[in-house]
Design a binder for this molecule. Structure first.
Ligand SMILES: *[C@@H]1O[C@H](CO)[C@@H](O)[C@H](O)[C@H]1NC(C)=O
Ligand SMILES: *[C@@H]1O[C@H](CO)[C@@H](O)[C@H](O)[C@H]1NC(C)=O
Ligand SMILES: *[C@@H]1O[C@H](CO)[C@@H](O)[C@H](O)[C@H]1NC(C)=O
Ligand SMILES: *[C@@H]1O[C@H](CO)[C@@H](O)[C@H](O)[C@H]1NC(C)=O
Length: 781
């Protein structure tokens, strides 16, 4: 029996819902949803608006650029504090036009953003035309006026592209012999090709789980015949693989001495073999020498009849003894230390899907990886959910089971049906009724209950209905984890929980650039120094401001700070070991005067002094939120009708109520060799006030945001998709060119023909990292 739940009822009450047993569809019958998508894009007023904006701004942009004076590009570029001319600002304005974190088709639930995104859909050329060799190549794109102008607006385009990402398995070296192409103090990119080994080493099962004893192994099937498989890693990394420029492996405790190729990562989940044998029927058309090693132990697993929801439910039930359980009387998790000893709080990963999303083979592999790595291999610590936004408000999903089942059948592959929770916008109006008042500003022109401005509402309701979870990862469909999901999310969580509260807001407002800051300790010291120098009052505990409203737990005298912060204890230890209420994957910046387009999308804070409440934001809505934070947000909305733009609301509520918010500096790569080493990146990425991302001239200002386009993690990054598809074995335009180059430009590289050459170093092998956004994967998507 299929299980799905709606936000109107606890999932448990829906368990016994009278669904017809639904035969699991074989993969090839996954219906396409093109029809719905078309309708939902043009029918949705936001999209129409965005579309019109894009056109209008492109026209305005071209005009502005036409009349903008020539700006010379010096050899050493300084960003940051330079003021742009009004014309340039206009031009900058038109570039970013719309919004953060609405990564378009195949991406998040929140729409298309950036006109430049279209540059990613490159024209397809003949694979055979791809030439090997480092300067090889056949197809060059023309330099257009637009490219010329972009180059002037984005001086970082002059930096040399890095080649090291694209070296493959036959260039593997041990970490101790690895010389990164960048950052490198003595050598300048690009580096010469590394030497190529005749033999490709063998991959090994990769186990990042550090379990105490007592974990019961979990299986894919009810009969316990198919154990959850391991993924495979290679020891070492391709010679000259660049190091991350923002963030750090060491700091978070993520391994950086191994790498993953496409078969080690996804072969165990069905990449590289046919649908008849239970794979996804994709991947065997790419270069695949030696890939059979990943199936040596388990064989090629037949995924045609797996029910992932049942598999993860069995797993958490069998491991119930090690997980915190809801108290039947209070319907809450125990709060006393005693009751929590030896038990793990459960975490939900809530993937934000929407009606019309296209489930490709790669998306399916990605979900199998999430459930296996997060839920099954962890012994039920995580549970993966799909929160499906039903965009068509006229569907009677709450009234009729047949309608609902039909919707599921057409929207979600059968193997994931049981993980789905439905919601729609009218439902949010029901949960959060009343008149919300006017926002100070509403750049997107959409409703306050809509997903675009208030994506958090559905998650808040989800949290109220799932008391079994202590934390919730809000996740988007167009994110990928190179490497193991559990390793990344677990290490980030542990690190965040260990961070002391003192100057945490100040540290979290900056990118950590190891090449510039040195060790984390040095970084911490610099933050301390800058804070003292600038006479800032460090944020600590709840923030008071005119018009602040108390929450119930505050009125009832509840403590927000943990014991470690009580009087007489060492201040340096305050917050150490306290679970973070919010973990973000980009810095948490002060939006005041930041130039971030949604800074003033604030609703309901009637303020006697008519100034704005203090606000923080973090771009990209992927984040870990605690139950405590989500319930605080919930109360702010239902009780005071306070809300803010999606990226701003969680950090701001945490700020107002003294909760613990942490930016986790996970490794982020750049596609180019920014020079001078360290300081160029620091001035551009921490360009805001007091050496941070906050306030005036923030890197999230519309005129500065473009610096992220060459990074592996930002809502409008061009590099993430390029790197991902090259790694998957598909030829890509390399984004290079005499005028800097952009997504979709340059020379066609990679792919089967190139990877198969004797002179090639083989298929790519990359270290663990988070990638965003991935808008499409295979050439046919
Ligand atoms: C930088 O690259 C050169 C080779 O080009 C190498 O000799 C040197 O050790 C590298 N430096 C670092 C810090 O890796
Ligand atoms: C940290 O700072 C100290 C003194 O400022 C310096 O000597 C040391 O090299 C730095 N460490 C790192 C790893 O950057
Ligand atoms: C930066 O420091 C100044 C004092 O020099 C302070 O007034 C301001 O609030 C700080 N800006 C931010 C965004 O913290
Ligand atoms: C920014 O950092 C530099 C050192 O890198 C320091 O000299 C300067 O005082 C800092 N500025 C502020 C406003 O904190």
């Amino acid at each position: 029996m299929e299980r799905h739940a709606s936000l109107l009822s606890r999932s448990s009450s829906h368990d016994s819902a009278h669904r017809k047993p639904e035969p699991l569809l074989p993969l090839r019958e996954i219906p396409s949803s093109g029809r719905l998508r078309f309708r939902s894009i043009l029918g949705h007023c936001l999209y129409r608006r965005v579309f019109i904006w894009v056109i209008v701004s492109l026209v305005l942009g071209s005009i502005a650029l036409l009349y903008s004076p020539d700006i010379s590009v010096p050899g050493v570029v300084s960003y940051g504090k330079t003021k742009l001319s009004p014309t340039q600002q206009d031009a900058g304005h038109t570039i970013v036009v719309v919004t953060p974190d609405a990564s378009g088709e195949g991406g998040s639930d929140r729409g298309k953003t950036d006109p430049h995104d279209s540059a990613e859909s490159t024209t397809q050329h003949d694979d055979a035309k791809a030439k090997a060799g480092d300067d090889g190549a056949a197809v060059k794109s023309e330099v257009t006026d637009e490219e010329d102008n972009a180059f002037k607006d984005m001086p970082w385009l002059i930096f040399k592209h890095l080649d090291g990402y694209f070296h493959g398995l036959r260039a593997l070296v041990h970490k101790s012999n690895h010389i990164p192409e960048y950052p490198n103090k003595t050598g300048q990119a690009p580096f010469p090709k590394p030497s190529i080994n005749v033999h490709v080493p063998k991959p090994h099962p990769y186990n990042p789980y550090q379990h105490a004893t007592g974990v019961k192994p979990c299986y894919l099937d009810q009969e316990r015949r198919i154990p959850a498989p391991d993924i495979y890693a290679y020891t070492g990394l391709p010679q000259h693989m660049p190091d991350p420029v923002l963030g750090s492996y060491d700091l978070l405790g993520i391994r950086d001495d191994i790498c993953f190729d496409r078969f080690g990562r996804y072969g165990p989940y069905g990449l590289g073999y046919s649908k008849i044998r239970g794979g996804v029927g994709v991947g065997d058309e790419t270069e695949n020498a030696g890939s059979e090693a990943v199936w040596a132990k388990t064989g090629q697993i037949n995924y045609n009849r797996i029910d992932w929801s049942k598999a993860q439910e069995r797993c958490s039930a069998e491991n119930g003894h090690r997980l915190l359980q809801v108290d039947e009387e209070t319907e809450e998790l125990p709060s006393s230390k005693q009751d929590r000893v030896g038990k793990k709080g459960r975490v939900a990963l809530v993937a934000r899907c929407y009606q019309g999303f296209k489930w490709t083979e790669m998306v399916i592999l990605n979900f199998r990886a999430m459930v296996t790595e997060l839920a099954l291999k962890s012994g039920g610590e995580y549970t993966v959910h799909i929160l499906l936004h039903v965009r068509d408000d006229s569907l009677p999903i709450w009234a009729d089971d047949v309608t609902t089942q039909r919707l599921l059948d057409s929207e979600i592959p059968a193997e994931f049906h049981g993980m789905v929770t439905l919601w729609n916008e009218p439902q949010m109006k029901l949960f959060y009724p009343g008149n919300f008042g006017d926002p100070l500003d509403n750049p997107s022109g959409t409703g306050v209950h809509g997903v675009y401005r208030s994506a958090h509402l559905a998650l808040q309701v989800f949290a109220t209905q799932h008391p079994e979870y202590e934390h919730f990862w809000n996740w988007e469909m167009d994110m990928r984890v190179m490497g193991n999901y559990y390793e990344i999310l677990d290490r980030i969580g542990h690190w965040a929980d260990k961070q002391p509260r003192r100057q945490l807001w100040e540290r979290s407002s900056r990118y950590y650039v190891p090449e510039f800051h040195g060790s984390w300790q040095n970084f911490t010291r610099q933050v301390q120094r800058d804070t003292e120098l600038s006479d800032q009052v460090s944020v600590f505990g709840p923030v008071l401001f005119p018009g602040r409203q108390p929450l119930r737990h505050e009125q009832w005298g509840g403590e927000v700070l943990p014991d470690s912060c009580s009087f007489g204890r060492d201040r340096a230890q305050c917050g150490v070991g306290e679970a973070a209420d919010l973990i973000t994957l980009n810095p948490i910046f002060d939006t005041d005067a930041s130039g971030w387009v949604f800074s003033e999308d604030v609703t309901g804070y009637d303020n006697p002094s008519s100034s704005q409440p203090p606000r923080k934001s973090s771009i990209v809505t992927a984040a870990r939120l605690s139950r405590r934070l989500l319930l605080s947000m919930h109360e702010e909305v239902w009780r005071y009708r306070h809300t803010m733009f999606s990226e701003m609301f969680p950090p701001t509520v945490a700020l107002h109520h003294g909760l613990k918010a942490v930016y986790a500096p996970h490794p982020i790569y750049l596609d180019r060799a920014w020079q001078p080493l360290g300081s160029a990146v620091e001035t551009a990425f921490n360009s805001g006030e007091n050496n941070s991302t906050s306030g005036a001239n923030s890197p999230f200002d519309m005129k500065n945001e473009h610096i992220h386009k060459g990074s592996s993690w930002y809502y409008h990054s061009e590099f993430s998709g390029l790197l991902w598809r090259r790694w998957l074995g598909y030829a890509q335009m390399d984004g290079r060119g005499s005028h800097g180059g952009r997504g979709g430009q340059g020379t066609r590289r990679g792919g089967k023909a190139e990877e198969s050459l004797a002179s090639s170093s083989g298929r790519l092998c990359l270290r663990s990292m988070l990638l965003h956004p991935i808008k499409h994967e295979r050439p046919s998507d």
